[in-house]
Structure formats: C-alpha cells, structure tokens
Design a protein around this ligand. Sequence first.
Ligand SMILES: Cc1cc2nc3c(=O)[nH]c(=O)nc-3n(C[C@H](O)[C@H](O)[C@H](O)COP(=O)(O)OP(=O)(O)OC[C@H]3O[C@@H](n4cnc5c(N)ncnc54)[C@H](O)[C@@H]3O)c2cc1C
Length: 415
Amino acid sequence: MIDFELSPKIKGTQKLLRGFAEQAMRPLARKYDEEEHEKPTDLINMVHGFMKGGVGGSMSGGGEKKEEGGEKRRREANLTTSVTVEEIFWGDAGIGLAFPGQGLGGAAVQATGTPEQKEKFLARFTGDKPVWGAMAITEPEAGSDTASLRTTAVKDGDEWVLNGEKIFVTSGKSALEDSEGFVVVWATVDPKAGRAGIKPFIVEHGAPGMQITKIEDKLGIRCSDTVSLSFMDCRIPADNILGSAEVVDPAKAGEKGFKGVMATFDATRPLVAAMSLGVGRAALDFLKNTLADEGLEVRYAISPNRMTAIERDITEMEANLKAARLLTWRAVWMLDSGLRNSLEASMAKAKAGLAVTQITQKCVELMGPLGYSRDMLLEKWMRDAKINDIFEGTGQIQTLIIARNVLGFGRDKLR
Ligand SMILES: Cc1cc2nc3c(=O)[nH]c(=O)nc-3n(C[C@H](O)[C@H](O)[C@H](O)COP(=O)(O)OP(=O)(O)OC[C@H]3O[C@@H](n4cnc5c(N)ncnc54)[C@H](O)[C@@H]3O)c2cc1C
C-alpha cells in the first residue's frame, strides 16, 4: 500500500534539513554561484556529520545499517532520500550537487554490483571523511542515444584497459581528486554486441591513463563541478567491472542486455525529480512570501473564475509541483518496495523537470524586473532549474520512454 503520510522518522529528517537549508545553505547560495567550483567546505563537513548520523537514508550510503527498525528504514531509504534531496535543493541546487555522497556512481554500484562489490565500494561513503561518487556515460557522440557510446574496455591479463572520452561528468573532479572516490565509467567490451556489450567499470583516483581534460563553465548549478575525462590505455583491476563481463547474445537478450544502465536510471531519475521539487518550491515560496508582504494573499476558498490572474498562476504552479511530488514519491516507493519502476521514474522526471522550468520562469516573470536582478535569487533558480530537464535523460527522452511503455512499443518501433 502506498501511504501518503510520511513516517515520523522521515518528518524528523525533513524538519532538521529544512532548518539547515534555510539557515546554513541559503545565505551562501549567491556566494557559491559567483565563485564557481569553490568547494563549500564547512557545509560539506556539516552534511557529512549528518550522513554519518544516518540522516538522509541512502544518500549517506548508510541506509543499510543493521539496527532496530533497520528493515523499515531500508524499505523507506529511497523515500527518505527523495525528501532529503528536496529540502537540500530548496536550500541551494549548486551546493546540493557539490555535497559528498554516493551520487550517480553509488546508484550504479547499487544497481549492477555483486554483493561483495556493494560492500566494498559503498562502505567508503560511511567512513570518517567525505567521499564522492560519479558516473560517466555521456560522450561527444553518445548522449540520449547511449547505445552509440564508443569507449572500449579490453581485458589484458588481470586488468581492463579503457580507451575513450567522457563529457559532462557531474562531481567527476571531486570523485577523482579524492583517494577513496570513484567514477563508474560505462564502456563496451564488444562493440558488435550493441547495448548488450555495454558494462560499468569502477575507475578510481590515480588510475594511470585517465585525465580530467575540461572543467565546464555552466549556466546554473555552478558550485558543482562537471568535467570531461579522457582514457588513454587506462588500466584498472580486472575486479573493477561491476557485475558480470558476460555478453548475452543481443538477439536473445533484447532490452535485458542494457538492464544495468536502465536499473541505474530507474533509481536516479526520481531523485532528479526530487531536486526539481526543491528548486521549484524555493521559487514559489519566495514569490508567495514577497506578495504576502505587499498584502496579496491567494484566496484559495473562492472559485478559480473569481481569482485574479496572479492567484490563478500561483494555484496552477502549486498543483503542478504537487503532481510532480506525488509522481516522485510513487516512483521511489516502488523502488523501496522492489517493484520495477522504469515508467514511473520517467513520468516523475518528465513532469518535475518541466514543472520546475516553467515555475521558475513564471516566478521571474511575475516579479518583473526584480526577478531578473541578482539582488534576489529568482534569476539563479531559473538558471539552476533547466538542468533537471536535461541530465539523466532529457524531457523528450522521458516522454519517449513513457510512450513506449504505455503503447507497448519497443525501441525499434518508436525512436
Ligand atoms: C550540467 C550537466 C551535468 C551532466 N552530468 C552527467 C553525468 O554525471 N554523467 C553523464 O553521463 N552525463 C551527464 N550529463 C549529460 C546529459 O545526461 C546529456 O547531456 C543528456 O542526456 C542529453 O544528451 P546529449 O547532450 O547528447 O544531447 P542529444 O542527445 O544530442 O539531444 C539534443 C536534443 O535532441 C533531443 N533528442 C535527442 N534524441 C531525441 C529523440 N529520439 N526524440 C526526441 N528528441 C530527441 C534531446 O531531448 C535534446 O533536446 C550532464 C549534462 C549536463 C549539462
């Protein structure tokens, strides 16, 4: 059964993080936007302290702790994380993305690793110092069409040798500068096998032949680092392939050959949706508070056709945000319940990515020139919003996935 009431434990986490986001993060949002890529070290240490204390569910990699109530905690780990992410991103999206944690790399390990690999690599996030995980799938010639990726992995004795280039890797610099951090790099072990040949590899700090070649200067989420990586005969241990190296015959495997990538996205897309909720709510809260200061409150009790245009705009934005939150919670609840959620994860991401883009733009519009000024954070939220409709699969790609699922069409019929 899905329960729309958050548990007392999650509500406690939400309250704690709401205070942290408002008092510690928000006052520094502008500073870290302007000082792009500057690490918010004090905030990072505070967040690491929370995570070690178990706040934030699987964001900490500590969601698997064996303790009283541990089973329930595991069953709520992704829901807890989505609530955590919404609060943190309400505080600030750029700083939120710069925080340490498993990131997409940890999600890929969770989705594709053996039990021993999960134990080995995820335990790093529960130690005394902050650690970053990242994931690299996008290449200059392969973004939405992940199956066209060209990075290769060839087995040579007890090592894999990687060659290729990855672009737009979130937290790639943080992960690779850190002695415990890692990037999960997707590469093909058999280019002729198409999707079935694509496998995830753990590349760690100091891997020979791996280089950070570019640090992006971005429109939004500027505190977070986004890098390009090059692999030239980059050697990693044979055990660093996540899961099995076996290539299942593509004719027989169908979509199953690609299930590692899909399982990773099923876990991460709802969390990107949760990021959108935080940024969208930040803009909407700000707009409503500013209007309230001017004596303009939304009259929820009257019929929509008697409302002013601004009141209608606000209720519409609130409805969109709520719909996105319900889709997000459904997708993470399914994940926590061990149910396949590809359709629901895409629905949550498509809805939330579009909602946050439209809400932040509308809030800027309604505030007039003040919305465009750097004196306020609205213009920043509008810049921070758009990425949610791009990474982890664009809005158009989510719509395509939803259509395929609803219509029962394969990739070959609807592309
Ligand atoms: C700040 C940032 C951080 C990122 N972080 C990561 C990361 O950590 N790891 C990682 O691997 N990648 C990351 N990415 C890459 C991101 O996931 C890709 O940019 C995204 O998936 C789109 O791929 P693309 O850039 O190749 O665009 P393209 O695939 O070239 O798409 C261009 C446009 O065409 C549309 N389009 C493409 N195919 C179709 C279709 N079949 N039907 C309809 N429309 C279509 C797209 O929606 C888009 O609007 C990041 C990107 C950014 C900007």
